[in-house]
Design a protein around this ligand. Sequence first.
Ligand code: NAD
Ligand code: UDP
Ligand code: UDP
Length: 358
Amino acid sequence: RTSLTRLGGAGTGPRTGRVPVGIGSRRQRIVITGGAGFVGSHLVDKLLARGDDVIVIDNFFTGRKANLVHLFGNPRFELIRHDVVEPILLEVDQIYHLACPASPVHYKYNPVKTIISFSLTLFFNFHLSSFTNVMGTLNMLGLAKRIGARFLLTSTSEVYGDPLEHPQKETYWGNVNPIGERSCYDEGKRTAETLAMDYHRGAGVEVRIARIFNTYGPRMCLDDGRVVSNFVAQAIRKQPLTVYGDGKQTRSFQYVSDLVNGLVALMESEHVGPFNLGNPGEFTMLELAQVVKETIDSSATIEYRPNTADDPHMRKPDISKAKELLNWEPKVPLREGLPLMVNDFRNRILNEDEGKGM
Ligand code: NAD
Ligand code: UDP
Ligand code: UDP
């Protein structure tokens, strides 16, 4: 078990009457769980560039030190190897809680831990996604309560399940199969939202809830089974693009810098949420394959594969709430964002191939 770690020093301890974040306010101390992952590492970059002190907590389940190695000499940055299903003691102003097995390959690999990183499966050998979502979120909320920190949960558009309302507004309660293969993730995040609201109402914790729609960009896991990373890696490796089902299902793809701006705007706002953070540009998987072909290799071919169970037929965020209350909207359309991840993918695939040759 991980031992409890007390960080910080003089002047730490519960805070009251905190100065709001922003220009002119003092430097914030911020924890980012899951900060070695795709989204987290971009968030770390932004907050350090703004002048904050950042502590990353990550167990490297899917995250990589390589995503943070450029920060290792920075005195305002600290990296702790720790599993959020275990308690931890820290003194900070804000907690961004991202830690979660987030891709289908990883959460299906250990579904019990995914939902509990949301609980009780701790005592058995559980489903990873559920577990991380429940226990991990509970511990971070307990931490936020003790030290008076603001807490932001990165929830997901998957809480809407296979939606019967289109586009999806935050008021929609969703259409989730509670016993399917994806449930550990969907229900885990739904439970995490419930926990966050319970700590807000019951203990006065300042919570913020973001519902993130499909996001892509540099540092995405190469082989985690998500459609953008799959297609981009396949096109670079000169393999056929694998389209699941008939390819007519839709998703709305957001570039990572837009998401990071939205997360920070939400954390600094006075609104609890939930807020949809996504790009309303909607594409079928066949259209996405076409954009990948135009961007990387026009000769790429398509191979059809059976679709996965309970796959949502369509997904598109209604972002009017975030536009109005957070003054946020995405700026990078898919055709501009995709080229921005290609070099990163090429370099990593090249390194992988060289590694194999050794
Ligand atoms: P990612 O897999 O790249 O990052 C998740 C990070 O959490 C990894 O660094 C991993 O090692 C870490 N982690 C997992 N379990 C942990 C544990 N028990 N203790 C400590 N660290 C742990 O995924 P991402 O795409 O960067 O996702 C970040 C967050 O955003 C997740 O909560 C995810 O559910 C949410 N989200 C992402 C998307 C997307 O399209 N990328 C969409 C919706 C929601
Ligand atoms: N917790 C933590 N760090 C803290 C405070 C709490 O990890 O600084 C964990 C704690 O171990 C517990 C969870 O957060 O598992 C919920 O804490 P809370 O105080 O809300 O509940 P309690 O411990 O009273 O059940
Ligand atoms: N998908 C696909 N080919 C792939 C991987 C995924 O056609 O190689 C499809 C998948 O069936 C789903 C969509 O792309 O309909 C988005 O899948 P992803 O796992 O990226 O995101 P999510 O389903 O969580 O929105």
